[in-house]
Design a protein around this ligand. Structure first.
Ligand code: DQA
Length: 147
């Protein structure tokens, strides 16, 4: 079972800067991740919160809740949250960081991720497809394929 986490402001997808993030909503994203999970033979649970503490608790509890990996888009927390970084590094599951937009092509403050170093990898700029690629990596890894 995979956990898909979306952080602050991602509930505003479709309304928020559509030129940057597209016109699809968080519901579209979550339904798409569930459909990809069904196609890839993996149950998927999607959660979104604007609250850092809620995200920390979901990450802390993920293993005991039976998840085998996490795909996370931490939103702006990416750029400054050492608490989120510590929550990721303080638990054993593999985590993939995803950004819908190409953060390296945007403002300077978005170039820095304090969380990517404790994730298996980071996917940025590929839209919703990044979530699927993160899911595929986690599933392959669980099946002993790849790094
Ligand atoms: C984002 C990029 C972040 O810089 C921004 O704060 C977000 C969304 C993305 O998906 O491109 O909220 O994580």
């Amino acid at each position: 079972m995979l956990l898909i986490l979306n952080g602050p402001n991602l509930n505003r997808l479709g309304l928020r800067e559509p030129g940057v993030y597209g016109s699809q909503t968080i519901e579209d994203l979550e339904r798409q991740c569930e459909a990809w999970g069904a196609e890839l033979g993996k149950a998927v649970t999607c959660r979104q919160s604007n609250y850092e503490g809620q995200l920390l608790e979901w990450i802390q509890e993920a293993q005991e809740q039976g998840f085998s990996g996490i795909v996370i888009n931490p939103g702006a927390l990416t750029h400054y949250s050492y608490a989120l970084r510590d929550a990721i590094s303080g638990q054993p599951l593999p985590v993939v960081e995803v950004h819908i937009s190409n953060v390296d092509a945007r403002e300077e403050f978005r170039h820095r991720s304090v969380t990517a170093a404790v994730c298996r990898g980071k996917i940025s700029g590929l839209g919703f497809l990044g979530y699927r690629l993160g899911m595929e990596y986690l599933i392959d890894r669980e099946n002993g394929v790849g790094a």
